[in-house]
Design a protein around this ligand. Structure first.
Ligand SMILES: Cc1cc2nc3c(=O)[nH]c(=O)nc-3n(C[C@H](O)[C@H](O)[C@H](O)COP(=O)(O)OP(=O)(O)OC[C@H]3O[C@@H](n4cnc5c(N)ncnc54)[C@H](O)[C@@H]3O)c2cc1C
Length: 391
């Protein structure tokens, strides 16, 4: 039996994977990071194909559907290395290895998996997730987008908001209300094509960060989809949300990557920049700031890798995933902020990239459930009590 690799260290196979992805990211994507951010450019489809050809999109999906069937932690290693160059390059892997494709893998029928997973692995389709609505953000179970069954079709109506990839992704896993029951009991999820009739998209949002990923309102005006597209029937929301813990770790890894990249830039900069005739790294307060950054990034990585290692090929322990997400999100915001301070005026300029990382860090903290919502889960799980937010 293989000895499991201790949390925080990599097997030689994982070290090779990390090295290959790091070089790919540095050579191919880092040079575009600034311009893509400035221009709100979307990650080119040809580059998504490159990731597919390198078997990175199917890294965590089962071999029978064309994937590599590797454990979650391997996918997170890839996401981190790509996202250190730019989160845009990591986004297709994030969606395929930790996003809605995993919901289909873990909750879908054999027919649904056979139909919908190979196109993701092959880089022909990205599946985005549409949960949030204008009046249902943290209170996701207030979703009002509705699906009613008519013969062998589901007819969908309502508006989704903030979907990352809206307008670009070829397919959407849409959380919707399937019955009159309030809250989670009435909810399920269905897969909808971008070009479905009666589905339209609003203007692309101009966000503080997360640029190029795409975000837009989605208007469902009696969109008809075959009933076989129902991935989660009514009442399966609990299962759906436990699988969503995988996405939380993908999100935590994006934050970790931003923090690590900001730390790397800062470590370099403080040794190059001279003031008072000395490298600023020689000043103790600068060393103290750098040490705080190092400790926080280290801790975030350990928490993410603990949750992912314990998840193996399956679903993480929800509390571990929430701790990892909350801590990494907060770390990325703090560490990128410290990086701006250590860069002085240059940190405030787009040329040095750390301000982009700070803007992106805020986006990842909001996406996938805010740090506050993770704190509620963590405390509630620890105390083994449910805290109803409505009463
Ligand atoms: C960059 C980005 C990407 C996103 N991607 C997606 C996506 O792909 N798909 C998707 O469906 N959605 C996506 N979202 C939406 C995201 O999930 C929501 O923005 C998030 O859940 C918060 O909802 P809200 O914006 O409505 O804020 P609100 O829920 O209105 O929250 C506002 C503030 O109140 C706090 N708050 C709310 N309720 C409580 C409570 N009970 N206790 C303590 N504090 C509370 C929140 O923490 C927050 O600080 C994305 C958002 C962003 C910014």
């Amino acid at each position: 039996m293989q000895t499991p690799t201790p949390v925080g260290s990599l097997s030689s196979d994982q070290a090779d994977l990390k090295d290959m992805t790091r070089r790919l990211a540095l050579d191919r994507y880092a040079p575009h990071a600034q311009a893509w951010d400035r221009d709100y450019a979307h990650f080119p489809d040809e580059e998504r194909q490159v990731l597919a050809d390198l078997d990175l999109l199917g890294i965590a999906l089962p071999e029978e559907y064309g994937g590599s069937g590797r454990p979650l932690v391997d996918a997170l290693i890839v996401i981190e290395e790509l996202a250190k160059a730019t989160p845009l390059a990591a986004f297709p892997v994030f969606e395929a290895a930790t996003g809605p494709a995993r919901v289909i893998e873990l909750c879908g029928t054999e027919e649904q998996k056979a139909e919908h997973l190979p196109p993701v692995v092959q880089g022909r389709k990205t599946i985005a997730v549409a949960i949030s609505e204008p009046d249902a953000g943290s209170a996701a179970t207030d979703a009002t987008v509705r699906g009613r069954v008519e013969g062998d079709e589901l007819v969908i109506s309502g508006t989704k908001r903030w979907c990352s990839g809206a307008g670009y992704a070829e397919q959407y896993l849409v959380y919707l209300r399937l019955g009159p029951e309030k809250g989670a009991a009435g909810l399920g999820a269905v897969l909808v094509d971008r070009d479905a009739e009666q589905l339209s998209f609003g203007e692309q949002e101009h966000l503080m960060g997360h640029r190029g990923v795409g975000s837009a309102d989605m208007f469902f005006d009696d969109v008809r989809v075959p009933i076989e597209r129902l991935i989660i029937p009514q009442g399966g929301f609990k299962h759906l949300f436990s699988v969503f813990s995988i996405e939380r770790l993908g999100n935590a890894t994006m934050s970790l990557a931003l923090a690590q990249a900001a730390l790397d830039r800062s470590a370099r900069y403080v040794q190059e920049r001279k003031q008072f005739g000395r490298a600023i790294a020689e000043f103790q307060m600068v060393q103290g700031t750098l040490a705080d950054m190092i400790m926080q990034v280290d801790a975030a990585r350990l928490l993410v890798h603990r949750a992912a290692t314990n998840a193996g090929h399956g679903v993480p322990i929800p509390r571990e995933a929430s701790i990892a997400k909350c801590f990494s999100n907060e770390t990325a915001k703090r560490v990128t902020d410290m990086a701006i301070q250590l860069h002085g005026g240059y940190g405030y300029s787009a040329e040095y990239d750390v301000e982009r990382m700070h803007r992106d860090a805020h986006g990842w903290a909001l996406a996938g459930g805010t740090p506050n919502m993770q704190r509620i889960r963590i405390a509630s799980d620890y105390l083994e009590r449910r805290f109803d937010q409505r009463s």
